[in-house]
Design a protein around this ligand. Structure first.
Ligand SMILES: [Fe+2]
Ligand SMILES: [Fe+2]
Length: 483
């Protein structure tokens, strides 16, 4: 009897998709499994494969309680295939098939498009694990180390989620793509990951927190758009991934918040009022707020690039096909086909950023990116509340979308964080004020000393308000046996 809420742990791959009675797919996944484990050993958290981490594992897709917490060696984590429960009588929410029953099989005409979207999403998941693999060594606490590992194992599970779809619905092509997902590597010369931000380095913990806040949030928006897919298995897969994704962004938001809080506290204790007195603030062994802003500028701008070109025929086609919807498509009140509709797109016109109405269909990426920016602004406001409360005169801000872009309308423009267009000379002379420079990187690197005593935290970050799974402050979130 197939239980679609609780997860079956009898097979090598825990699942709620009835794998034990789907021999062909089970076999294919079992064949893929050793390569995945090898990848985890080679490219997963460096030096902690024998350690016991207090991690949550998905044991159900019931929204009331889907995870169980326990100590686990990461290579023995039960990476499963989980789909959110089917919605009865679910209809295609957008495009030319609007209102038809959602597809349970891949529609032949959209096969190539679907495969590409699944592969791109799948490629980002192992990429971030690769980018973050050395961070355990400099963890500012066991609590933070555990959160890092939690994010890592769940990105591993997200790879499984995409590989399941490829193996189940795309035959031989799907098997080849699944192997390629383990072959490409973040930052590799010959076989890099598919998207720019996933080939950048994550050299320190401030970058990690910015990455989980900004780049995982791009992931959230892409998953939200795929959750609207008329291809129901993709919709159900991504809906469950979103429940895990929320924790990743929590790690990012609270991580940056705790850094900001510690900096403000240290400044107050030392009687430093000027947040721009960088030398004095750094002498306290905390990260000055202007450097936090530079890292924010970097990660936000890299993440904006992940939305692709503002005007995109591919995005229009995916929407019209009903393969990828808009953010909260079913809550939008319009025809869901965008016949004759327009959307304001920010463009570079005569050296200035201007809003121009474009056909809404071609501006699907721009719209998702705007939704992302609104979503991302919330945490920045909460960081600013921490700074305000401490009485420090400083405000963090999202840079203008024209700033530091490598894709789309502003690709060839150089702009200040407030959107003023510069010439190349001005940009080169000033960019070190807006993006982390070598000295900033060296300073942050100098702070990255491990603090692995249970309940203790590195000097540059405040303890969290509450523990994971309500554990007390001195709880040993990771029992380190190797490293
Ligand atoms: Fe993910
Ligand atoms: Fe994530």
């Amino acid at each position: 009897m197939l239980d679609l809420i609780n997860v079956n742990y009898d097979t090598l791959i825990p699942n709620n998709v009835g794998l034990s009675s789907d021999r062909r797919v089970l076999k294919a996944l079992e064949k893929w499994h050793p390569g995945y484990i090898n990848w985890w050993h080679d490219m997963g958290p460096n030096g902690f494969q024998e350690s016991l981490a207090y991690l949550r594992t998905a044991v159900s897709v019931d929204s009331k309680g889907w995870a169980k917490f326990d100590y686990v060696k990461m290579p023995e984590y039960r990476w499963g295939v989980l789909l959110a429960p089917a919605v009865e009588d679910r209809r295609i929410p957008c495009g030319e098939h609007f209102g038809d029953l959602a597809w349970q099989e891949v529609p032949g005409e959209y096969r190539a498009m679907l495969r590409r979207l699944i592969v791109i999403q799948g490629d980002t998941e192992p990429a971030s694990v690769e980018q973050q693999r050395f961070l355990g060594k400099t963890a500012p606490s066991l609590y933070d180390m555990r959160n890092l590992f939690q994010v890592n194992v769940e990105e591993g599970r997200h790879l499984w989620a995409m590989v399941y779809l490829l193996q189940k619905y795309f035959g031989k092509d799907g098997r080849e793509e699944s192997d390629e997902l383990l072959r490409r590597q973040s930052g590799s010369e010959e076989a890099p990951r598919m998207l720019g931000a996933f080939n950048e380095e994550t050299p320190d913990w401030l970058s990690f927190f910015m990455f989980t806040y900004f780049t995982d949030r791009d992931g959230k928006m892409q998953l939200e758009a795929l959750a609207q897919s008329g291809f129901d298995p993709l919709s159900r897969t991504t809906r469950f991934m979103l429940t895990e994704e929320a924790h990743h962004m929590f790690v990012g938001e609270t991580g940056v918040g705790r850094i900001v809080q510690r900096t403000c506290e240290a400044m107050t204790e030392a009687g430093i009022e000027d947040p721009y007195d960088i030398e004095a603030v750094r002498a306290l062994g905390v990260i000055d707020l202007p450097t936090v802003q530079k890292k924010l500028n970097l990660h936000y701008s890299l993440s904006l690039d992940l939305f692709g070109s503002e005007i995109s025929t591919n995005a229009a086609n995916a929407f019209t096909a009903g393969i990828k919807g808009r953010f909260q498509e079913t809550k939008i009140e319009d025809d869901h086909k965008l016949v004759g509709a327009t959307y304001p797109v920010l463009k570079l016109i005569d050296g200035e950023a201007k809003l121009i109405d474009e056909p809404a269909l071609s501006a699907i990426n721009m719209r998702l990116r705007d939704d992302y920016t609104n979503d991302a602004a919330g945490g920045v406001n909460r960081w600013n509340k921490i700074i305000q409360k401490a009485g420090v005169a400083f405000e963090l801000a999202l840079p203008h979308v024209a700033f530091h872009r490598q894709i789309g309308e502003f690709l060839n423009a150089e702009a200040t964080p407030d959107g003023r267009i510069l010439n190349a000379e001005e940009w080169n002379a000033q960019k070190g004020q807006w993006l982390p420079n070598t000295a900033d990187g060296d300073f942050i690197a100098s702070l990255m000393q491990p603090q692995w005593e249970a309940g203790k935290y590195a000097n540059w970050i405040s303890p969290p308000k509450v523990g994971i799974d309500n554990k007390p402050g001195e709880f040993e979130y990771v029992k380190i046996y190797d490293a």
